[in-house]
Structure formats: structure tokens, C-alpha cells
Design a protein around this ligand. Structure first.
Ligand code: B3K
Ligand code: ZN
Length: 883
């Protein structure tokens, strides 16, 4: 045991960011979970606030936990803290010691009052975890383990306490003081200071604590809950941002009503505060009664936010609100259970957005994200089950697997039970575990009992990583069609052998002549292989399978192009139409980039795609939003996923070649749609939104096929734009072209929006993502731009996440792209480890990349590792990627 330095006599503070990081951080295992030896029913905190010096006095009532092993010492986690004083029951404590960053306090009775005083420097906190300064205000981020950077505390989600918090600080600098729960008292101090006391009656774990102090104003409205509680909703921002807060406020009210109607969940405080901050490691945080949000998910008006931004704000506001029940009222026992709150809450926000924005397109968008981000995670070195078994740094497990696959797993339960029975399951879960720290197993058991499902085998979805593959074949004999299904779950790190899992597949068999089917069926494939017979088919039907993406699996089948064309045109499930188009495109592009096509096969493949596109472009019954989905090419990541070892340059070249060919072949249709859509006046309805989407999408194909024409059209769209959707879309197309309009419009955009950080982020992003041949040089120049800073995560992501997603630049054969990203990771790691570690997966797929590039990627990972002073976050991601 490492007993570290006792307190400095002068009370000097040791800064977290100055502390050296261990080279091989320990592995934490799920199986090692033990209940904490002490309960902490009440916490009282006093903050004396200052930007570079905040003093924190914490008073903890502690009681021996009868359900845990006896311990005569309480471990209070700390990260970079020094205790200025420690008392137990009012008397100075002399026997305390440090174990690493943790404070160990000896306790001999069954209940005590522990008081600890610490001092922190928020302005030196560049990790943005704990209490930090952002644009002159103070705010907190405690999930997962940030509270221990504020004060010593059992910083684990199964210790629930009622908090009372008093904040004091200079009134001129921090006129607004916010905390969880309700404000119970305020007052003026001497020397221009003031104070506020807040009380949160709901017991909560420390990760849900939040405090905000700053010069803020609120956009407010009242909300009456279904039980008659009057709630004040506030969106707090800097005064200049106030005009851009209506959408967030309206989205909040819509989420609250929807959760009452669909899940029977009612809000439980008199106040719901949302605060927007510019420096934030992720999207938003669901702190009880006081959500802290990245400005990106709050601020919007039509000139500065595009349609996708509006939808994302609505979705994230809803997500954080829904956590009030799935996360806060019922929280997680330990961090291995993260998907309990995240997977479930993502499903809840997806269902909400389906209801608000339209079911078909939202489902397609969600599946696209899953395939583009989660499937590669599941087939790479960082693969993990939705309930991981071990970690070194929990921040690395806020992944697409835990969130998005976690949501798909719960969605499958809903599909198998039906929505009404599923609701009985969630009602039981909420009532049985309200006020508790629960596990994924608790959730599954509640759904099993409430919905009346047998989920014994289904639990494998929680423990097995990897995307299952389902091989599908349909045969026909006499009057019977037979469906043959075979599943395999691929090996993943630490899990060489897998068991078959229950896979719910919605399917329909179409009669070719009539174009109709006899009704949808749900099959649950729960063995490695099975065959299913369907009587009464005089001829081989056309199979539509995994409709609505009923299971997060990869379907492998060989069907003739004419069957896919049939489904793309006739399937009554909109997702299945999209899927047929994707199958057609993926099949062609994978064969072409794998070098497996002769000239005749290539021509036949292109022709099938052309005819499918032509049908979609001219189908008058389709709405434009769906039309836009149907003509979206599969992303580079998903295409790379189809090959064991992929050559990113070939995939990129084939994808672009297909765009060019389609742009030329279908120029007249594309132009007609572009002009029609351009004439649709701005409105907020779905038709106008669809028109904006297709207006830019047609430009994308035209830019590939006829760059000169597209440049003119894009410049016109740019200059005539009345909204950000059109302006950004046009600029995105121009950014990839070598024309004078490109330079002029990029400059105009910068000057027009200079000073608006969120819009300047777009300006960085669209250049880093562009198809322009000089994009590597552009990214280097942008990294030196006066507006670029490593201190702001949004800005870092806008340049480097975009760049890493730009296949033709990032995967430059020279390895320069890999080198640039590795340099960034090394430099950023010391400033903001969480954000740095998030960049590592882009280099991590080296084993699935062609050998030349693989060696370069691996070399960069080794170079990062060799720096020797990595954060826990980056160390873990790099070592797993090399492992
Ligand atoms: N629960 C937070 C994420 C916290 C991430 C900590 N590294 C936001 C969300 O999922 O709603
Ligand atoms: Zn969440």
C-alpha cells in the first residue's frame, strides 16, 4: 500500500494536473465489486468560490453499512487533493493517512460526522473534470469520477446521499449561484459577496452533483406535470446567447410531456435548470435538477444552426431529461452497469425523436450511426460487451457499444414483447428499484417479469461482445419456401468462443407478381442454425428480413440485384427500402474495391445502382427526406467493415467513382430535383426540411459528375441562403472543389460568423472533412490558425475528429495523417486526457487495414506509448489497440 505524503503544514494544495500519472494503471474488475463499508446519508458542502482558489468544506454523516464487510477505516477518494483539516465528530483527527490520492480516516464507532477542508484551483483545471472555469464562470463535471477532484468522498455510484450546499462568492463575478435541487436561502455577505443555499431532497450518488456560478441569464417557462406539480424550467446562458435558447426550452417541455405519456414518468422537483457552457468534454450531463450542457446542444437559430443541429438539440435535451428516471431515480450500482442507464436512456431518446421527427428517417439515422461507429468498435481491438468486465479508466467506456448497442439490446426486448408488455416491464423496473443503485441484471429481471418474457439466453447480449453475423438463404420447392438461417458471433479480445444468442428477426415474404406480402412475422433465431418453412408459395418469394433493423446483426446473403431493386421500390417497411438500397450499394462497392469485378460485372453493378437511383429520384410518392436517405451512400467505415483487411484508398476511390458516374448519368434528374427543392421557401415543416436535405444532396452528386456546374449552383445556394442548412451544405460542397468560389465563400463564412464559436467549429470541420486534394495542408494550416486552441474540446474535435473521419486525407499513403493525429494525441494528453483518448480508435484499426498502412498506424501507436507519461485514459486505449 502506497501511503503518500501527510498534509503540508502550510496547507499547500497539490494540483491534480501536476501529479504524475502511473505508467501501468491497475485493472478494475466487475467481479471484484463489494458494497461499500459505510453509508453516507447526508452531505453538507460549503464552497467559498474563486476562479483560481475555491475552498471546500465537506461534512459527511457516515454510518456503518450492515450489508457490507466490517471496516475500521473509511476510504474517501481524492484525485490531486490535499486535506487542510480533517475532524471526526468535531475533534481534530490525527490518525488519517493517504493511500495514493485517497484519504483514509480511522473510525471506531457505528456513526460519525467527518469534516474535511480542501482547496482547489478551478482555473488550472484543463481536464474539465471536477470544478473548473469556463469563460469566466465556474461549473462542474463529476461523472464518472470527477467529484473526487472537488473533495474527498466515497466517489462511487452506490453511495447515495442527500446534499445541502452553501455557495458563497463575489456577487459581481458570480451573480447567479446554482446547485442541485431547490434554493432554500440566500443572503448578502461582506465585501460584495453573496451566498445561496440549495437542498436536494433526492438521495443521489456524487457523480450527479453539480454547481454553477457565473454571470448568466435564463430563458424560462412554467410546466405543470401530470400530477399537478408546477415546475419552472430555465435555460441559463450568457446574455448574448439568450435569443438562441427557445428551441432547447421547447424541446425540454416536449420531452417532459412525452415521458409522462409514453413511460408514465413525472418530474420530481420544482425547478429544472439547464446551463450551457462552452468548454465541455462531451454533449451534456444529467446532474439532478441542474443539467450542464455543451453550448452545441443548446444554442440554435436559423442563421447559425442547421436542421441536424436542431434535431440533435431536441434529442440531447430529451436524453438528459429522461435520465431523471433512468439514471438518477434508479442509478447504477457500479460503472460496469453503465449501459443500464445509458443504453436504456438512448432507447428512450430514440423513441421520443421518432415520435417528434418521423419514425422512418430517425430509425435509418440511428442504424447508420450504429454501423458506422459501433460495428467497427465491435470488430476491433477495443471491442467490449455492453456490460464490460474490466477497465482501467471508466471514461473510455462511454462508447457506442455501451450507448447505442445497449439501446439496440433493450429495443430487441421491446420488439419481442411488444410495446404494451414492455411498458409493464419498465413500470416494474422503476417501481421496484426507485431510490436504488441497480444492475443490468435487475433491469432484465424486471422486464422478464413485467413483460412476461423468458430472457435466460438473451442475457448473453450483455456478456458477449462482437456483432453477430446471420447467413441467410431462401430456397423454394413445390409450394414451400424455406428460410435457412445460420448465426456466428465472432471472437473478440478475451472472448475466443461464443454461444448462439436469441436474434429477433422481423420478416416478410413478397409475392413477385402482386408485389404484396401476407403479413409480417417475427422469428427468434436462438440456435446456431435453423430452417423455417413457409407453405403456399407457387414461386420463390422475395425476402425482406431484419425489417426495422429488429436486431443489431450483420445479415449476409446473396440475392440477385433484381430482388433488391424490387424491395427498394416496393417494400412497405421504409427501413427495408433503405436497407435494400444499402445492400445493393455495399455489394457493388465491396466487390469493386476488393478487385473482384471484371468490366462486364462492374458495368452490370453500376447499372443496377443507376436504375435504383433513377427510380428513387423520380418516385413522386416519396417525401424528400426519405428520398435523401435512399440515395445516401454507405459510409467509408461501414464499407471497410465488410472486408477482413481493407485498403482505404481503394474504398475511397470506388466510392467517389460511383458518385461521379451517378452524377453524370443522372445529371438531368438531379438538376431537376435541385431546382425544384431550391424553390421551396424556408419553413419548419417536414416537407421544407426534406427539400433542404435533397437540395444539398443533389449538389453532392453533381459536384462529383460536373464540378463546374456544381460550383456555380453551390455558390448560388450559398449566397441566397436564408438559413444555416443551405449555407453550410453549399459550403461543404464547395470546400471539396478547386474553384474560386471555394475561397471566396470560405472567407465570407468566416467573416460573417467570426466570434460565434459553434459556427466557426463548422468552418474548421468542413475543411477538415473536404474532398479537396490539399486537405492535409489545410488541416496543418488550420491547426496554426489563431482561432484554434487545444483548450476547447469542441474546437479540437471540429478539426481532428473530422480529419480522422476523412479517409482520403487521414489514410494518405505517406502516413502523414497518422503522424499528425499521433502528434495531437501526445500534446493533448497532458491537457485533456479524455479528449485525447477519444482520438485513439482512429489509429486502432491497423490490423484490419492493408499491410503498408497497418505498419504506419501501429508505428504511431508505439510512438505514443513510448512517450512514457501517458494519462490512464490514453494508456489504456493505446495499449489495448496494440495488444
Ligand atoms: N452521462 C453523461 C456522460 C458522462 C461522460 C463522462 N465521461 C451524459 C449522458 O450520457 O447523458
Ligand atoms: Zn446518457
Amino acid at each position: 500500500m502506497d501511503i503518500a505524503t501527510p498534509p503540508q503544514p502550510d496547507g499547500t494544495t497539490i494540483l491534480a494536473d501536476a501529479a504524475p500519472t502511473p505508467h501501468e494503471p491497475p485493472v478494475i474488475r466487475r467481479e471484484d465489486y463489494r458494497p461499500f463499508g459505510w453509508l453516507v446519508p447526508e452531505v453538507s458542502l460549503r464552497f467559498d468560490l474563486g476562479l483560481d482558489r475555491t475552498r471546500v468544506h465537506a461534512a459527511l454523516t457516515v454510518q456503518r453499512n450492515a450489508r457490507a464487510d466490517h471496516s475500521d477505516t473509511i476510504r474517501l477518494n481524492g484525485d490531486g487533493l490535499a486535506a487542510r483539516s480533517v475532524t471526526v465528530d468535531g475533534a481534530p483527527c490525527t490518525g488519517w493517512s493517504m493511500d495514493g490520492g485517497d484519504l483514509m480516516v480511522p473510525l471506531h464507532g457505528d456513526s460519525h460526522l467527518i469534516e474535511v477542508e480542501t482547496e482547489i484551483d478551478p482555473s488550472a483545471n484543463t481536464q474539465l473534470m471536477g470544478l473548473y472555469a469556463s469563460s469566466g464562470m465556474l461549473c462542474t463535471q463529476c461523472e464518472a469520477e470527477g467529484f473526487r477532484r472537488i473533495t474527498f468522498f466515497p466517489d462511487r455510484p452506490d453511495v447515495l446521499s442527500v446534499y445541502t450546499v452553501r455557495m458563497q462568492g463575489p456577487k459581481a463575478q458570480f451573480p447567479v449561484l446554482l446547485c442541485n435541487g431547490n434554493e432554500v436561502a440566500t443572503g448578502e455577505g461582506e465585501d460584495g459577496s453573496h451566498w445561496a443555499e440549495w437542498h436536494d431532497p433526492w438521495p443521489k450518488p456524487s457523480y450527479l452533483f453539480a454547481l454553477v456560478a457565473g454571470d448568466l441569464v435564463a430563458n424560462s417557462q412554467g410546466f405543470t406535470t401530470m400530477g399537478g406539480r408546477e415546475v419552472t424550467l430555465n435555460i441559463w446562458v450568457r446574455v448574448e446567447d439568450l435569443p438562441r435558447t427557445d428551441h432547447a426550452l421547447e424541446s425540454l417541455a416536449r420531452s417532459m410531456r412525452w415521458d409522462e405519456e409514453v413511460f408514465g414518468r413525472e418530474y420530481d422537483l420544482d425547478l429544472y435548470n439547464v446551463v450551457a457552457v462552452s468548454d465541455f468534454n462531451m454533449g451534456a450531463m444529467e446532474n439532478k435538477g441542474l443539467n450542464v450542457f455543451n453550448t452545441k446542444y443548446v444554442l440554435a437559430d436559423r442563421e447559425t444552426a442547421n436542421d441536424a443541429d436542431y434535431d440533435a438539440i431536441e434529442g440531447v435535451i430529451a436524453h438528459e431529461y429522461f435520465h431523471n428516471w433512468s439514471g438518477n431515480r434508479v442509478t447504477c450500482r457500479d460503472w460496469f452497469q453503465l449501459s443500464l442507464k445509458e443504453g436504456f436512456t438512448v432507447l428512450r431518446d430514440q423513441l421520443f425523436s421518432q415520435d417528434m421527427q418521423g419514425e422512418a428517417v430517425k430509425r435509418i439515422e440511428d442504424v447508420r450511426v450504429l454501423r458506422q461507429v459501433q460495428f467497427p468498435e465491435d470488430s476491433g481491438p477495443l471491442a467490449h460487451p455492453i456490460r464490460p468486465d474490466s477497465f482501467r479508466e471508466i471514461s473510455n467506456f462511454y462508447t457506442a457499444t455501451v450507448y447505442n448497442k445497449g439501446a439496440e439490446v433493450i429495443r430487441m426486448m421491446r420488439t419481442m414483447s411488444g410495446p404494451e408488455a414492455f411498458r409493464r416491464g419498465t413500470d416494474l423496473y422503476f417501481s421496484r428499484h426507485d431510490g436504488e443503485a441497480a444492475t443490468c441484471e435487475d433491469f432484465v429481471r424486471a422486464i422478464e417479469e413485467g413483460a412476461g418474457l423468458d430472457l435466460a439466453q438473451f442475457r448473453l447480449w450483455y456478456s458477449q461482445a462482437g456483432t453477430p453475423k446471420v447467413e441467410v438463404a431462401l430456397t423454394h420447392e413445390g409450394e414451400t419456401a424455406t428460410l435457412h438461417l445460420k448465426q456466428t458471433v465472432p471472437p473478440t479480445p478475451g472472448q475466443p468462443d461464443k454461444k448462439p444468442m436469441p436474434i429477433p428477426l422481423r420478416l416478410a415474404l413478397f409475392d413477385r407478381a402482386s408485389g404484396a406480402h401476407r403479413g409480417e412475422e417475427l422469428l427468434v433465431l436462438d440456435r446456431a442454425e435453423a430452417s423455417y418453412h413457409f407453405a403456399g408459395f407457387a414461386a420463390l418469394p422475395v425476402l425482406s428480413i431484419n425489417r426495422g433493423f429488429s436486431a443489431p446483426v450483420a445479415i449476409e446473403r446473396h440475392v440477385p440485384a433484381e430482388d433488391l431493386l424490387f424491395l427498394a421500390a416496393h417494400d412497405d417497411d421504409p427501413f427495408a427500402r433503405y436497407e435494400a438500397m444499402q445492400e445493393l450499394l455495399v455489394g457493388h462497392l465491396t466487390a469493386a474495391s476488393g478487385g473482384g469485378l471484371d468490366a462486364a460485372e462492374r458495368a452490370a453493378g453500376q447499372e443496377a445502382v443507376r436504375s435504383a437511383f433513377a427510380a428513387v429520384l423520380t418516385d413522386k410518392a416519396l417525401d424528400d427526406s426519405m428520398r435523401g436517405e435512399l440515395i445516401t451512400l454507405p459510409g467509408h467505415g461501414y464499407l471497410a467493415e465488410q472486408q477482413l483487411v481493407a485498403d482505404p484508398a481503394l474504398i475511397h476511390a470506388e466510392r467517389e467513382a460511383l458518385k461521379t458516374w451517378l452524377g453524370r448519368e443522372l445529371e438531368a434528374d438531379l438538376l431537376a430535383i435541385h431546382h425544384r427543392a431550391a424553390a421551396v421557401p424556408f419553413a419548419l415543416d417536414r416537407a421544407a426540411k426534406g427539400a433542404r436535405k435533397i437540395r444539398t444532396q443533389t449538389l453532392v452528386y453533381l459536384a462529383a459528375g460536373n464540378p463546374a456546374l456544381a460550383s456555380e449552383l453551390a455558390a448560388a445556394q450559398y449566397h441566397n441562403a436564408t438559413n444555416m442548412t443551405d449555407r453550410q451544405g453549399a459550403l461543404m460542397v464547395l470546400a471539396g472543389l478547386e474553384t474560386a468560389a471555394r475561397t471566396a465563400c470560405l472567407l465570407d463564412f468566416y467573416n460573417r460568423f467570426r466570434g460565434n464559436d459553434l459556427v466557426i467549429d463548422k468552418w474548421f470541420s468542413l475543411q477538415a472533412l473536404s474532398l479537396h486534394p490539399q486537405v492535409l495542408e489545410h488541416v496543418k494550416a488550420l491547426a496554426r490558425h489563431l482561432d484554434f486552441t487545444l483548450r476547447n474540446p469542441n474546437r479540437v474535435r471540429s478539426l481532428y475528429m473530422a480529419f480522422a473521419a476523412n479517409a482520403h486525407a487521414f489514410h494518405a499513403a505517406s502516413g502523414e495523417g497518422y503522424r499528425m493525429l499521433a502528434d495531437l494525441i501526445i500534446e493533448l494528453d497532458a491537457i485533456n486526457a479524455q479528449t485525447a483518448a477519444r482520438m485513439v480508435p482512429s489509429l486502432g484499426r491497423w490490423r484490419r487495414t492493408e499491410p503498408g498502412r497497418a505498419a504506419l498506424m501501429k508505428g504511431e501507436l508505439e510512438r505514443i506509448m513510448a512517450t512514457g507519461s501517458l494519462s490512464r485514459d490514453t494508456f489504456e486505449q493505446v495499449s489495448r489497440s496494440l495488444g
